[in-house]
Design a protein around this ligand. Structure first.
Ligand code: SF4
Length: 248
């Protein structure tokens, strides 16, 4: 008897089940629920997220601390000579691009919010609306908008996808091989139950990210000790087997 040809619906259902299975196994492996690492207000989290783009955590943390130490308010950052902002954030990557971007964001926010540089009001908007609002700021994409809403004190269920999370999702087949990080946000979020709260969304992101850092390495993933090997097409391929266990 020939195997059923997957339709878009069955394929989506398979990916949904696989995402939940990966969530369960990885959350158990890495010890969810995870404690939120940040207690920043949303305005501070937004700037911190811009600084963290393609930067190691300790470097973006140092850049953020230096920026806060040098300027008392966000209005001061906005109005400072760009070279001073650039110098303050020098530990992060591309300070020469990020300094003018941060000032452009602050200028745009000043105009939209009549000078009141605070984003707590985003907590009152539905998450998709809040994300859309943020993503029309200069240089703000889905990862930054999700980080602002989820990691900040707003604690809204919006899922960021970093490079580790993206790699694991791609190898598992949750997204196609050509889907980039930006485009993956909507596709991966659509696989999660819509009633998940911020803690569950955070746990999912953290668990997949940890897995990318601790097992599913960029070079030479450690498939032999991976708890997802039986359901991972990449792992099966790398191990030289064509048999695949069912996703659930
Ligand atoms: S089996 Fe290998 S490729 Fe698949 S998730 Fe695990 S480590 Fe990554």
């Amino acid at each position: 008897m020939s195997a059923a040809i997957p339709t878009p619906d069955t394929d989506f259902a398979h990916r949904q089940a696989l995402a939940l299975l990966a969530h369960e196994r990885l959350c158990q492996l890495y010890g969810a629920p995870f404690r939120f690492f940040s207690v920043k207000d949303p305005m501070s989290e937004l700037i911190s997220a811009v600084l963290s783009h393609r930067t190691r955590n300790q470097d973006s943390h140092r850049a953020y601390q230096q920026l806060r130490a040098r300027f008392t308010t966000w209005a001061e950052v906005r109005d400072a000579p760009t070279a001073e902002v650039e110098e303050a954030i020098s530990p992060c990557t591309w300070p020469e691009q990020k300094a003018p971007r941060i000032q452009a964001i602050l200028r745009e926010l000043t105009e939209r919010l009549q000078g009141h540089l605070a984003l707590e009001f985003l907590g009152e908007l539905p998450v998709p609306e809040a994300r859309e609002w943020l993503e029309t700021l200069p240089g703000v994409g889905p990862k930054t908008s999700a980080a602002t809403l989820l990691f900040s004190t707003l604690r809204r269920p919006a899922m960021p996808v970093d490079s580790h999370h993206h790699r694991v999702a791609q190898r598992l087949g949750l997204i196609g091989p050509k889907v980039g990080t930006e485009a993956s946000h909507a596709l991966l979020e659509a696989l999660l139950p819509p009633d998940w709260d911020a803690q569950l969304v955070y746990d999912h992101h953290e668990a997949l990210m940890f897995h990318g850092q601790k097992c599913c390495y960029y070079r030479s993933p450690a498939c032999g000790r991976c708890v997802l090997l039986d359901v991972c097409p990449t792992g099966q391929q790398l191990r030289g087997s064509t048999s695949m266990a069912p996703a659930a």
